[in-house]
Design a protein around this ligand. Structure first.
Ligand code: SF4
Length: 86
């Protein structure tokens, strides 16, 4: 058997695989956050990506992948890219 059951919110937002070269992917989305993942006993296991829209929970079911996207994708402009005029 493969994988975990898909979260209801992932289905509602049409979270789907689009390929790493797609112009809109979780990897480029401002809602993606790198968060600490803890073991059941409370010790730090690793850091991994979660989504502030889907939920920043420990469970692997909340993981968002580089080559996926959902309907809430949003580019967040980086401050260093703000133009001051030419
Ligand atoms: S909002 Fe959607 S596209 Fe953006 S990180 Fe979350 S799941 Fe990925």
């Amino acid at each position: 058997m493969s994988g975990e059951r898909t979260l209801k919110i992932k289905k509602q937002l049409h979270y789907r695989k689009v390929g790493e070269s797609a112009p809109k992917v979780c990897r480029l989305c401002g809602h993606r956050k790198l968060v600490p993942i803890y073991r059941i006993g409370g010790e730090l296991h690793k850091h991994d990506y979660r989504c502030e829209i889907i939920g920043l929970h420990n469970s692997i079911r909340y993981a968002v992948r580089d080559d996926h996207v959902c309907d809430r994708f949003a580019y967040f402009p980086k401050k260093t890219e703000q133009k001051g005029g030419e």
